[in-house]
Ligand binder design. Structure first.
Ligand code: PEP
Ligand code: MG
Length: 324
């Protein structure tokens, strides 16, 4: 029954025709990881590693970090865990890394850029992630936040491989990264769209400002076009390299069942979300065909704003009403 499908997730995300769409979890602590595994998540699509650094005056040691990552990796056996390297700055300031006098912190030294001002922190974190991967069965992928150029992606991939880790990727959180996704994916194995920041930077609307909520919506057609462009870049890079380059979404957008259909229709392979959203997203996807997903994606791309996009897509997906 529809209501039962909404209550549980069977651990296998797919469209009505069987096309797989892995449904992963966003986690920020070991407790989160255990809850996500219990909810049936097929792995972790975003491990926010800030938990290890928050509330401290100094950088945690490699040993301390390794222990923290091992505890999380263990919750998922041999499943995929996408670890995001430290995303300090802007909405996540850290006392020993963040310059609080910057005039525009969201456009300042944040995420991957802290490697320029405080070299060594990223290498030590990668060392800890590699050690934790060695001590567990986890299939560890590593990605950097706040990337703007293919050169940065290439440099990050070099650091990841030097640490002994195999799979490197970057987040697509800036329009620059979305537009150059093909060139970025010449250097790394996968991308993950951080729609919270991608929306903020595409719409020039601060994600912390409630008064800008309508602009700051991943339903905005301009944001959806960035996602479409990223997926097309990944497809071109996949053809050129002969290797499938995975495109994930790990921002809040993936947790909205109607928007999840749009994302898949735009060419997204995997969705990562808060575990409580897994069952609803899985239920809607399992009742949608790929052709239908592509059709609603086109509807959303051609809307005049977020509200029109959302309403017109929802009107085309009666399954949303049936599932309540
Ligand atoms: C995002 O920006 O969408 C994202 C997943 O990262 P965070 O919300 O941690 O900035
Ligand atoms: Mg982000």
């Amino acid at each position: 029954k529809a209501s039962e499908q909404l209550a549980t997730f069977n651990g296998h995300g797919a469209l009505a025709d069987g096309t797989e769409v892995a449904l992963l979890a966003n986690v920020g602590t070991a407790d989160d990881a255990q809850a996500a595994a219990a909810a049936g998540a097929q792995g972790v699509g975003l491990l926010r590693t800030e938990f290890c650094f928050l509330g401290r005056d100094t950088e945690p040691t490699v040993e301390e970090q390794t222990e923290a990552y091992v505890e999380i990796f263990k919750a998922f056996g041999s499943a995929k865990i996408v670890v995001r390297t430290l995303d300090a700055g802007a909405d996540k300031p850290l006392p020993f890394l963040t310059d609080t006098t910057e005039p525009n912190p969201a456009l300042g030294v944040r995420g991957y850029r802290t490697d320029w001002t405080t070299p060594g922190v990223l290498e030590r974190q990668l060392q800890a992630i590699a050690a934790a991967a060695d001590q567990t069965e986890a299939n560890v992928w590593v990605m950097a936040p706040m990337i703007s150029t293919a050169g940065e992606a290439g440099h990050f991939a070099g650091l990841v491989h030097a640490a002994g880790l195999e799979v490197s990727g970057v987040m697509v959180e800036t329009p620059a990264a979305a537009i150059t996704a093909e060139q970025i994916l010449d250097r790394v194995d996968f991308v993950s769209l951080g729609t919270n920041d991608l929306t903020q930077y595409t719409m020039a609307a601060d994600r912390m400002l409630g008064s800008l909520a309508e602009l700051n919506s991943p339903w905005q057609p301009a944001v959806l076009r960035m996602i479409e462009r990223t997926a097309a870049g990944a497809q071109a890079a996949s053809s050129a390299s002969g290797e499938h380059k995975n495109v994930g979404v790990c921002g809040e957008a993936a947790a909205d069942p109607a928007l999840a259909v749009v994302l898949v229709g735009l060419g997204v392979d995997t969705l990562s979300m808060s575990p409580r959203s897994l069952a609803a997203v899985a239920a809607v996807l399992s009742r949608t065909d790929p052709g239908q997903a592509r059709t609603v994606a086109q509807t959303a791309l051609h809307a005049t704003g977020a509200q029109e996009a959302r309403e017109s897509v929802r009107a085309q997906l009666p399954v949303l009403e049936q599932l309540g």
